[in-house]
Design a protein around this ligand. Structure first.
Ligand code: ADP
Length: 422
């Protein structure tokens, strides 16, 4: 006994009632029926399943049945596949345009379930609807115009959607900036009050007697400073984003900056077994740039190097220069960064790896952050007309391949360099 291969029909239709009726009728007639509700979904399914025949509605929510046909006809695997329109558009003009688009046959709704399997069989056996060359050429022109018209309308829609998104994005930037400003003022007051309370004679006496109180007071002030840092980070990045960063260019001594950064971590590093190596002698000593912002950049890089290097590891700060540029490098023996993450880590709020592992400490191994540090660095370096990138063999928290962040700055930064941070 020979088995007849069951033939597959793909039906693209957005109307559920027609979909059910046709699918049932054809399944009952022995075909394997696949259904898609939209044109793009239909194209994907056709590529995946290579059906023996495609039945398509003309008016679909995304691409029309005609456009689906033209798209598929462009691929060699569908050049001879029967593609049949099943539509309520009964006028000859519509039929002609469908044929111009590459449709093999044209069936009109309402669907006649008695004759549908027969019609399908006709097209499966090679039957096709044809029109004379003159009508075909006229229909081709009308079809091209229709497609171009739709393309224009789509581009206009996308442009206006894009403009609306840009407006929203700007509003979001302004909102972030205003919120950060609003938070900064009361936080400064809280910090000031905590210092005043600490300095008040009776409190000072109590603190001196009670070690617990000292710890509480320090915890309170550290937390406030941490919040201030985050707010400042948000303000800096939002200035960079909105192109409001004003570099205060002056003579900068990179070696001195690095020295300041390294000594600022000395205290925090008492809780970590990470060694920071820095040899001031190898560092160039002159550059024109914004000292505060470059300090912040170097600080973020060293901070990350410490955060992403487990105990027992090392962080190296090195630099080199020629007459035009200076390169500052922060290298670590930490967890490394996967190649696909190496560009995106510089995006705002990018936090690679497992967020569950993040703690709230700033220097703790995998200590949490907002994912703003590197975006800030990139904005600052680019505002100086420089560039920043990372080199790492990959991410591996076991083998610890390490990462090296390199920032390259022109020796003479341009007065102001407009930047756009994404
Ligand atoms: P975060 O506040 O999350 O540290 P950053 O912008 O400073 O934000 O860094 C973004 C991400 O880049 C980090 O979450 C981390 O996954 C990765 N990263 C940054 N520096 C290093 C490094 N030295 N080693 C490994 N991964 C790093």
């Amino acid at each position: 006994m020979t088995t007849v291969r069951q033939r597959t029909i793909l039906y693209i239709e957005d109307d559920p009632a027609s979909r059910t009726l046709v699918a049932r009728t054809l399944a009952h007639a022995g075909y394997r029926v696949l259904v898609a509700e939209r044109g793009l979904e239909g194209i994907d399914l056709a590529r995946q399943e290579k059906p023996d025949l495609i039945l398509t509605d003309i008016n679909l929510p995304d691409l029309s049945g005609r456009e689906v046909t033209t798209r598929l006809r462009g691929e060699s695997q569908f050049q001879t596949t029967p593609i049949v329109a099943l539509t309520a558009q009964t006028l000859d003009e519509f039929r002609d345009i469908a044929i111009a688009a590459g449709i093999t046959g044209y069936l009109t709704k309402p669907i006649d379930i008695e004759t549908l399997p027969e019609s399908v069989e006709y097209y499966l056996r090679g039957g096709r609807d044809t029109i004379g060359p003159e009508r075909l050429s006229e229909a081709q022109t009308r079809y091209t115009q229709e497609v171009v018209g739709r393309l224009e309308a789509q581009i206009r829609d996308l442009e206006s959607a894009n403009n609306a998104l840009r407006r929203l994005d700007k509003m979001k930037d302004t909102f972030i900036q205003l919120t950060a400003h609003e938070l900064r003022t009361p936080l400064t007051l809280v910090f000031g009050y905590s210092r005043l309370i600490e300095d008040a004679a009776p409190v000072r006496a109590l603190i001196q007697q009670d070690a617990n109180l000292q710890v509480l007071m320090k915890g309170l002030q550290d937390s406030i400073r941490r919040m201030q840092d985050i707010i400042n980070e948000i303000l800096t990045i939002s200035r960079i984003m909105t192109n409001q960063i004003d570099l205060s260019i002056g003579a900068v001594n990179p070696g001195f900056l690095a020295e300041q950064v390294v000594s600022s971590f000395e205290e925090a590093l008492k809780t970590r077994a990470v060694q920071v190596h820095f040899d001031r002698d190898g560092w160039p000593d002159s550059l024109r740039g914004d000292a505060d912002l470059l300090l912040l950049t170097l600080n973020n890089l060293v901070n990350n190097a410490i955060k992403y290097t487990p105990d027992g590891g090392h962080v190296y700060l090195t630099a080199s220069a020629n007459e035009h540029t200076i390169q500052m490098r922060v290298k670590d023996t930490g967890i490394g960064i996967a190649p696909e993450e190496q560009a995106t880590v510089f995006e705002r709020f990018h936090t690679a790896g497992d967020t569950q592992l993040h703690s709230t400490s700033k220097v703790a191994f995998l200590g949490g952050g907002l994912g703003l540090g590197l975006a800030v660095c990139k904005g600052i370096v680019e505002a100086h007309g420089g560039r920043i990138w990372v080199e790492s063999p990959g991410y591996d928290p076991e083998k610890l391949p390490g990462s090296e962040f390199i920032m390259e700055l022109p020796v003479n930064a341009p007065p102001r360099h407009p930047v756009e941070v994404r």
